[in-house]
Design a protein around this ligand. Structure first.
Ligand code: IMP
Length: 446
């Protein structure tokens, strides 16, 4: 294969797990590089549904080494719960590794995330309340607990002795909440550490060795480009870097080892949580997108919140190509559009105040929300695509739709997914070994 990054090219929930699962078949290593239990990945294999929050979905292939990288934030309780559920279903954990440097989501992070959200009132972010922001905030403030700390009673006690009284000041005085018991946290988290010990190691060293042995490594991003802390629709973002650049920092590898970046987009768009979403369809169309294809019910895997739905947005798509240096696209959930008599695609934004039209995302995140979409309308194909297994099987209107997206974003569509099952997948061109799109265009002076 090669060393490949899979990133979400929209607002998260693009169906990355299915694409990762497909590619993981040929991967020796699958590495998750950011985020925590805020992510929710669903994979359906032989009629069985697996839901992942922390553990890479590559675990479904015995023999693939699955790594939770140093850029992640890990809630040990969630990790152990997920692991136990997988072990009960007979999955092999012998190749599961957890970075000693990943940060740990602690009870005060969960409490503060919920309290902060509540206190924001109308300006809430719509977080998953999994403690993600506060865990990363402590990491940046150099007050975080790392996985390695859970393995040492002395290290953990020393950190908690300083941290818990300070967190309790916030909980009690700012949010009028009961204080947390430092001793109880110490005992509980040391017990978690014991359960995690066998998986904990220096994952960057393992990946480096794999690179030198020419192994195939898949870097799996959670969330999506527009939720990236630096490049997303700030402040309505997550607190890590889901974009391709985040893979190097979050996994502990140099950018020179990356061969390929694959962006995953739905054939339409969804968003959970607050924040701008110019192509959102609040009425009947949004409801239809949400409901069509019961198996695909557009509900957040982590929080169960209904997803906001809208038409495909090429402005967001072009931006994702730029931020991630995408080589190709995987388009998921094409089948959800099967029943529509007409389908819209946003090709540009119009500034509601000035009338100016933009083909690129405005650089000031705040102004993103004040844009209205400029749509082109396509006839729907009104035929099921779920049995299609090649590009030529697709109705011509669906082919036109995919070609239009590829032209607008100037990257090839390599993979199309037409259902949840592994075999409901169309490979249009080799997603791994195709031309380096961004580089080849630059070389051609385009
Ligand atoms: P947090 O990551 O829980 O702090 O949430 C910040 C924002 O990212 C909120 O709008 C969430 O709804 C969104 N978010 C976080 N994780 C995911 C995900 O896996 N899919 C989609 N949205 C997410």
């Amino acid at each position: 294969m090669a060393n490949v990054i899979v990133v979400g090219a929209q607002f998260g929930d693009e169906g990355k797990a299915k694409v990762t699962d497909l590619l993981a078949k040929n991967a020796d290593f699958v590495v998750r590089y950011q985020g925590g239990a805020n992510a929710g990945h669903t994979v359906v294999v032989d009629g069985d549904t697996y839901k992942f929050h922390l553990i890479p979905s590559g675990i479904l292939y015995g023999g693939t080494t699955c790594i939770l990288g140093p850029g992640m934030v890990i809630d040990p309780q969630a990790f152990i719960g997920e692991l136990d559920a997988l072990l009960k279903r007979g999955l092999d954990d012998s190749s599961l590794k957890v970075s000693a440097c990943a940060h740990v989501t602690m009870p005060y992070h969960l409490a503060i995330d919920a309290a902060e959200e509540e206190s924001r009132g109308a300006h809430k972010i719509g977080t998953t309340k999994r403690g993600i922001g506060p865990t990363y905030a402590d990491k940046c403030a150099r007050s975080g607990i790392r996985v390695e700390d859970l393995l040492s009673a002395e290290a953990l006690r020393q950190k908690l002795d300083w941290l818990v009284p300070r967190k309790n000041v916030i909980l009690e005085r700012l949010y009028n909440l009961p204080p947390l018991d430092g001793k109880e946290i110490l005992e509980t988290y040391l017990a978690y550490g014991e359960k995690m010990r066998k998986y904990v190691c220096d994952t960057s060293a393992i990946i480096f060795q794999a690179v030198q042995q020419r192994k195939n490594i898949l870097f799996e991003g959670a969330q999506g480009t527009l939720l990236d802390l630096d490049h997303g629709s700030y402040p309505y973002v997550t607190s890590s870097s889901p974009s391709a650049g985040g893979a190097c920092v979050g996994a502990g590898v140099g950018p020179t080892i990356i061969d390929r970046v694959i962006g995953v987009s739905k054939a339409f768009m969804t968003r959970v949580g607050e924040g701008p979403f110019p192509t959102e369809q609040a009425g009947a169309i949004g409801e239809k997108l949400r409901q069509v294809g019961k198996a695909w019910a557009e509900v957040g895997v982590t929080t169960g919140r209904p997803r906001r739905c809208g038409w495909f947005d090429c402005v967001v798509g072009r931006y994702s190509v730029r931020i991630n240096g995408l080589d190709c696209l995987a388009i998921t959930k094409l089948d959800v559009l099967d029943e529509f008599d007409e389908i819209k695609i946003c090709v540009a934004y119009r500034d509601c105040a000035t009338g100016d039209v933009y083909k690129d995302l405005p650089s000031i995140a705040g102004s993103f929300g004040a844009m209205e979409p400029v749509f082109e309308t396509f006839p729907g194909w009104q035929k099921s695509t779920s049995e299609c297994r090649s590009y030529n099987d697709l109705p011509s209107a669906a082919q036109r739709y995919l070609n239009f997206i590829a032209e607008q974003l100037d990257v090839p569509v390599a993979i199309v997914s037409v259902g949840q099952k592994r075999d409901q997948t169309i490979i249009i061109e080799d997603p791994i070994h195709g031309p380096k799109r961004v580089l080849s265009r630059a070389a051609a002076g385009l």
